[in-house]
Design a protein around this ligand. Structure first.
Ligand SMILES: Cc1cc2nc3c(=O)[nH]c(=O)nc-3n(C[C@H](O)[C@H](O)[C@H](O)COP(=O)(O)OP(=O)(O)OC[C@H]3O[C@@H](n4cnc5c(N)ncnc54)[C@H](O)[C@@H]3O)c2cc1C
Ligand SMILES: O=C(O)[C@@H]1CCCC=N1
Length: 388
């Protein structure tokens, strides 16, 4: 059998991270194939749905730094494709004023000169109508933040990839990976050889990594994606400049909530709890726990008096969590031509363009353009089960 590589790179998984990795590789003239298990577009992973929050507001400097370049990359893709992908709404951050999380987020924004407006309990309702600020909470607005049109992003980046000669084969599940100087990838429909492989399989990362003798400490969580009806239509509408929002974790109330202005479904605002229930990605719909919805109902009754506190629409999505909630962006510890992008822990969408660039650099053996130490596999070493 010939050992010649047919492709420079095979990317496994066409969610936001695989699609951007493939696009970046194609921009660098790499002959690239994307394999996707489901027929596209699909709603079975983590990247579907119409909207995601984009923000610079993070506790850690490294995310805020990455976002500086990432905003530019989003603007470049918008310009190149002529498709509107981003809408600036600002992001309202609310949380116990004296908590470490809230203060760290505020200081990271200030240190990095991200434009913010700090609100007080006296002027809060003048700027943010129809929201009740919890007593003792601080509030600020990250002006740069907004909403990404997620489904449109996937379609656009995949189309740009194909325009550069990239190939996407959907409805084709990868069933085996044979590491080597030329990696052999078997799917339900064929066998491919590539100089490198990028694994961006979202909640299925460990199923694929099992073929390479590696398991990462990842947990998959189902999130109930809830939409809430406005009592007075338009109260929380994107066209009335209502912002996206997050609450920083509150130990007292177990609330870690985020929301986006009403936009995709007229009159409905999307508000979710950041903590759902563990699931198997192939059994997602058998997970029927609604304790996150109970938390949301109490929160909405208290803080969003202009919404009916019963969800009008509930959709599903999955997070793939690492223990520290930071991403995995690294080469396989044994095979450096197998690159892994995993564990995006419910906050990876906004980083798609920069993650794609970093994964393409790893795949080409280049020095990554950002410090990847927070994202290296070796941080899990004690917890890793290696079959090697
Ligand atoms: C409810 C919810 C809200 C979120 N909100 C935000 C937000 O506001 N802002 C933000 O930045 N991020 C947010 N995120 C996180 C973000 O959406 C994810 O981090 C991101 O979508 C992860 O993308 P991915 O490409 O890693 O995974 P996925 O989108 O799951 O893609 C993996 C792909 O690999 C395919 N695959 C798996 N196994 C195989 C195989 N064997 N063969 C072929 N294909 C395979 C899958 O079918 C899938 O298409 C949210 C996530 C959820 C669930
Ligand atoms: O990534 C994001 O910005 C959102 C909001 C906070 C929780 C998860 N996703």
């Amino acid at each position: 059998m010939s050992t010649t590589a047919e492709y420079d790179c095979v990317v496994i998984g066409s969610g936001v991270q695989g699609s951007f990795a493939a696009y970046e590789l194609a921009k660098k003239n790499q002959k690239t194939l994307v394999l996707e298990q489901f027929i596209l577009p699909h709603t079975r992973g983590s990247s579907h749905g119409q909207t995601r929050i984009i923000r610079s507001a993070y506790e850690q400097d490294f995310y805020t730094h990455m976002m500086e370049e990432c905003y530019e990359l989003w603007a470049q893709l918008e310009k190149k494709s002529g498709v509107k992908l981003f809408r600036q709404t600002g992001l309202l951050v609310m949380g116990p004023e004296n908590s470490q999380t809230y203060q760290m987020m505020k200081s990271t924004l200030q240190k990095n000169k991200v434009p913010i407006v700090t609100l007080t309990c006296d002027n809060f309702s003048q700027h943010i109508p129809n929201v009740t600020l919890t007593e003792g909470d601080g509030a600020l607005v990250d002006i740069t933040a907004g909403v990404l049109y997620a489904d449109r992003v996937l379609k656009t980046v995949q189309e740009e990839f194909k325009k550069l000669g990239g190939i996407i084969r959907d409805n084709e599940k990868v069933t085996d990976i044979e590491p080597g100087p030329v990696v052999k990838v078997s799917s339900t429909a064929g066998v491919y050889r590539a100089k490198s492989v990028v694994i961006t399989a979202g909640p299925w990362a460990n199923s694929l990594l099992a073929h390479t003798g590696l398991q990462l400490p990842l947990e998959v969580m189902k999130i109930n994606v809830c939409y809430w009806k406005e009592k007075v239509p338009g109260s929380y509408d994107v066209n009335r400049r209502f912002p996206s929002f997050i609450t920083t974790e509150s130990e007292e109330t177990d609330e870690h909530i985020y929301g986006l202005p009403s936009n995709e479904y007229p009159g409905l605002m999307k508000i979710c709890h950041h903590i759902g229930s563990m699931t198997d990605p192939d059994q997602r719909d058998k997970q029927t726990d609604r304790s996150d919805i109970d938390i949301l109902q109490r929160y909405i009754a208290r803080c969003f008096p202009g919404l009916h506190p019963e969800p009008a629409v509930v959709e599903s999505c999955m997070y793939t969590l690492t223990p520290d909630r930071h991403f995995v962006l690294d080469c396989h510890p044994t095979y450096n031509n197998i690159v892994i992008g995993a564990g995006f822990s419910g906050h990876g969408f906004k980083f798609g363009p920069i993650i794609g660039k970093l994964l393409s650099e790893l795949s080409l053996g280049q020095v990554p353009s950002h410090d990847l130490s927070p994202f290296r596999i070796k941080r899990f070493q004690e917890k890793m089960k290696s079959a090697l």
